[in-house]
Design a protein around this ligand. Structure first.
Ligand code: SF4
Length: 246
């Protein structure tokens, strides 16, 4: 059995890791899926999070002698956005922005590399237990993962340790491992996430106009708008006029 902790450097996965260490649970590897906007300079993380991750890695190394392994998709957000569709709707167009439901970025950039990594281990004949930072107050996500379990691939979550999201935040704070993103922003996740709230998008527009501009340029090449039936220019106007973000 190989024990792997998935770590996004968000509060939940870090709290999971800290609890594993505190309880002395078996652990072989800590894996981070590095979602890229493009191959070179731009990460999918917000700049605040991208700057903080190396600091968190250093704390993990110095305090617990943990080295985080990085894996990545063969696709970046940009390369998949401009990939030409060969099946489904809009054949011949670019993939464009991911839809809110069934977002291609989630499957291609996040799940695919981790699944591939786990599959390789399973192929070698080993079983896997994956530690995932899903708290007990996230029942829907929890159910989704539990449904994916097989005899050789099990999940252990924060919920199994009876921990809520708020408690996860406290655990991270105690170890100086709470990302500063939670002070300024409302969630972790990619800055180009189609699932982010309008409040979060306004934060991006206000704090990272250069990234907002990148998305606006890309919208010209997308068959769909960034948010359903709402262009980024529409949103910009709304933000400028102090419109609500609900
Ligand atoms: S956080 Fe958002 S943009 Fe990033 S992979 Fe998940 S759904 Fe896609």
């Amino acid at each position: 059995m190989k024990y792997i902790a998935s770590c996004s450097f968000g509060k939940d996965s870090l709290a999971m890791l800290l609890k594993i260490l505190e309880l002395g649970l078996p652990l072989d590897e800590v894996v981070y899926c590095d979602i890229r906007f493009n191959e070179k300079s731009l990460s999918g993380e917000t700049p605040e999070m991208a700057a903080w991750i190396p600091q968190a890695e250093k704390i993990l190394k110095d305090k617990f002698n943990i080295t985080v392994k990085r894996i990545s998709s063969r696709w970046t957000f940009k390369s998949h956005f401009y990939r030409v569709k060969r099946k489904g709707n809009h054949i011949g167009d670019n993939y464009g922005f991911p839809y809110v439901v069934g977002a291609w970025c989630n499957s291609r950039l996040k799940l695919e590399p981790m699944n591939k990594y786990i599959k390789q281990i399973l192929k070698s004949g080993e079983s896997v237990t994956e530690y995932i930072g899903i708290a007990k107050d996230e029942p829907k996500r929890l159910q989704r993962y539990k449904k994916l379990e097989t005899e050789n691939h099990k999940y252990v979550t924060l919920a199994d340790l009876d921990i809520t999201e708020l408690e996860a935040m406290e655990i991270c704070k105690q170890h100086n491992l709470l990302s500063p993103i939670y002070k300024s922003s409302f969630r972790g996740g990619c800055w180009f996430c189609p699932k982010q709230s309008l409040k979060q998008l306004k934060w991006l527009y206000t704090n990272h106009p250069e990234l907002w501009q990148v998305l606006k340029e890309m919208e010209k090449d997308s068959h769909n708008t960034f948010k359903p039936n709402m262009t980024l220019t529409d949103l910009e106007e709304r933000f400028k006029q102090g419109g609500d973000t609900k």
